[in-house]
Design a protein. Structure first.
Length: 495
C-alpha cells in the first residue's frame, strides 16, 4: 500500500503543466528520432544531456523517459513503411510489417504497433511498480563483495551476450574501462593515463563520452553508409484496425509483454532477443500459418509488444541497483550522475519524489504516445523524406554544442572528435558500443566496491567472495563464459 501511495503522489507531481509538457515533448521527440533511421533514443538522450542542466532532475528524467518510450515505438514506423528499422529491436517488425504495407495494409500494421505498444507499456510499467521495490529491498542487504560480483556479471553479460563476437565485446569493454581510469586515483591521489595533460586530470566527462561515441560516431557511420537519396516511403492514411485485426492481435500483445519485461530486467537482456522469440512464438501458435512471410498481423503485434515491455523492464535494474542493460539506460545512468544523483537501492529513500514521478510519467507518456501516433501516422511518413545531409550535419552541430557546454573548454571538442572517430571505427569493425559505455560508467563503481571489499579483508582475495549472492553470481559468470564450450560438447554428444 505504501508503494501505491507513492505512485499516486507521483501522478500528482506529473499532473503539473511543466511536467506534462516535458512528457509530451519527450514522446514527440522520441517518436521522431525513432522514425528517422540511424538516430535512435540513445543518441538523442546523449545529445540532450547538456541541455537539461538548467532543468530540475524531475523534468529532465520525465523528458528522457518519454524519449525512450517514444523511440521504442517510432522505430516500428520506419520498419513498416520503409523496411529500414530505426532501432535494432524493430528488425523483426520489418519482416511482416513491410509486407503488410506493400499489400495496402500499412494503416493496420501501424495501428497494431501503436496499440500493442500502449498495452505492453502499461502492463510492464505496472510490473515495474511491483517488482522494483522488491529488488531494492534485496539490494539494500548486499555488501561490497556482492556488488562487485554483480558488476562483474554486468561486464561479462554485455560483452559476451551482445554482438556477433565475444572477443569484440570484451575488447570494447576493456576500452571503456581504460577510459574510466583516466584522471586522478581516488585512493592514492596519483594521476592515471593523463599523459601530462592537465585537462585530463579530472577524467573524461561521461556526457562527452556518451555524445562522442553515440551521436558523433553514429552520425559519421550512418552518413557514410546510407544513400543520399531518401528511400521510397509507402503512403499511409489514418491508422485503424477492423474487428478481425483486433481478434488476431490481443493475444500476441499479451504474450509479447510476458516475454519482453523479464528480458529487459536482466543484464544484457535488451529488446532484440524477446522480439525474435515473440515472432517465433506467434509463427508457431498462429492459425494463419500461410500468411507469415506475406504480412501476418500477429508478426507485428507480438514483437512490438515485446519491444515496449522490455523498455520498462530495463528500468528495474537501473533504478534498483544502478545497472544499465541497454544503451539508453546507460546514458540515463550518466544523466543521473551529471545531476549529482547516485542511482541504486538508496535512490528510493533519498529521491522518492523523482523515482515515483518518473514511474508515473511512464503511464502518462504511454497514453500520449497512443493519442499522438494513431492520428499522426501520415506526418511521421513525411518525416522520412528529410534529406540525409541536413539531418546528420544538424546532429554533428548539436553534438559539438552540447559537449562544449559541459565544461566550456575547447579541449572537450578535440576529445569529442577522437571519441567520435573511435565510435565510427568500432562500428566499421563490428565492435559493440554498449560494453564500452557500461565500462566507462560502471568501471569506477566496480573499482570502488572491489577496493572496499579488499580493504575489509586486509588485502586477501577471499574478501571478494561475500556470501551466497556472490557465489551464485560468480557461478552465472562461469556459465556465461563456458556456454559456447558446453553447447559444443552437448551438440557433439547428441550427434
Amino acid at each position: 500500500m505504501g508503494d501505491l501511495a507513492n505512485l499516486l503522489d507521483g501522478f500528482a507531481h506529473v499532473a503539473t503543466p511543466t511536467n506534462l509538457l516535458m512528457a509530451f515533448l519527450g514522446v514527440l521527440i522520441g517518436t521522431a528520432v525513432g522514425v528517422l533511421p540511424g538516430i535512435g533514443p540513445a543518441m538523442t538522450v546523449a545529445l540532450l544531456l547538456p541541455v537539461t542542466y538548467g532543468m530540475g532532475p524531475v523534468q529532465a528524467f520525465i523528458l528522457f523517459a518519454g524519449i525512450y518510450y517514444g523511440g521504442m515505438y517510432g522505430g516500428s514506423t520506419t520498419s513498416i513503411l520503409l523496411n529500414t528499422p530505426g532501432e535494432s529491436s524493430s528488425v523483426v517488425t520489418a519482416i511482416e510489417g513491410n509486407k503488410m504495407a506493400k499489400a495496402g495494409r500499412a494503416a493496420q500494421a501501424l495501428a497494431t504497433a501503436a496499440i500493442g505498444s500502449f498495452v505492453a507499456g502499461t502492463i510492464a510499467t505496472l510490473l515495474l511498480v511491483v517488482v522494483t521495490p522488491l529488488v531494492v529491498r534485496f539490494a539494500v542487504s548486499l555488501g561490497a563483495p556482492d556488488y562487485f560480483a554483480i558488476m562483474l556479471l554486468a561486464f561479462v553479460a554485455v560483452s559476451a551476450v551482445l554482438g556477433s563476437s565475444r572477443l569484440r565485446g570484451l575488447v570494447s569493454l576493456l576500452v571503456g574501462l581504460v577510459i574510466a581510469l583516466i584522471g586522478i586515483d581516488g585512493v592514492s591521489g596519483q594521476q592515471r593515463l593523463t599523459f601530462g595533460v592537465p585537462q585530463l586530470a579530472d577524467g573524461l566527462d561521461v556526457v562527452v563520452v556518451a555524445v562522442g561515441i553515440f551521436a558523433v560516431g553514429e552520425a559519421l557511420w550512418v552518413a557514410a553508409h546510407l544513400r543520399r537519396k531518401v528511400g521510397e516511403v509507402i503512403p499511409v492514411g489514418r491508422a485503424w484496425m477492423g474487428r478481425e485485426d483486433w481478434r488476431r492481435s490481443w493475444r500476441p500483445w499479451l504474450r509479447g509483454t510476458a516475454l519482453g519485461f523479464p528480458f529487459g530486467a536482466v543484464p544484457a537482456g535488451g529488446a532484440e532477443i524477446p522480439t525474435f522469440l515473440s515472432y517465433a512464438a506467434e509463427k508457431k501458435l498462429a492459425k494463419h500459418h500461410d500468411e507469415f512471410g506475406r504480412g501476418a498481423i500477429e508478426g507485428v503485434a507480438g514483437p512490438e509488444a515485446a519491444n515496449n515491455a522490455s523498455a520498462a523492464g530495463t528500468l528495474v535494474p537501473m533504478l534498483a541497483i544502478g545497472l544499465p542493460t541497454t544503451a539508453v539506460s546507460a546514458v540515463m545512468l550518466a544523466a543521473f550522475e551529471s545531476h549529482g544523483i547516485q542511482p541504486g537501492p538508496l535512490l528510493f529513500d533519498r529521491q522518492p519524489e523523482l523515482v515515483w514521478t518518473l514511474i508515473a510519467s511512464l503511464f502518462v507518456g504511454n497514453l500520449m504516445l497512443l493519442v499522438l501516433n494513431l492520428p499522426l501516422a501520415p506526418l511521421w511518413a513525411k518525416l522520412l523524406r528529410v534529406p540525409r545531409p541536413y539531418l546528420y550535419a544538424g546532429i554533428l552541430f548539436f553534438a559539438s554544442m552540447g559537449a562544449y557546454a559541459v565544461n566550456s573548454q575547447p579541449f572537450d571538442l578535440f576529445i569529442l572528435l577522437v571519441l567520435g572517430l573511435l565510435g565510427f571505427g568500432m562500428r566499421r569493425f563490428g565492435f559493440p558500443v554498449l560494453p564500452l559505455i557500461v565500462g566507462v560508467i560502471l568501471g569506477p563503481r566496480a573499482e570502488l566496491q572491489g577496493r572496499r571489499a579488499l580493504q575489509l579483508s586486509g588485502g586477501d582475495l577471499s574478501g571478494l567472495l561475500g556470501g551466497p549472492v556472490s557465489y551464485t553470481v560468480y557461478g552465472l559468470i562461469v556459465l556465461l563464459l563456458a556456454w559456447p564450450l558446453i553447447r559444443l560438447v552437448v551438440r557433439k554428444a547428441n550427434s
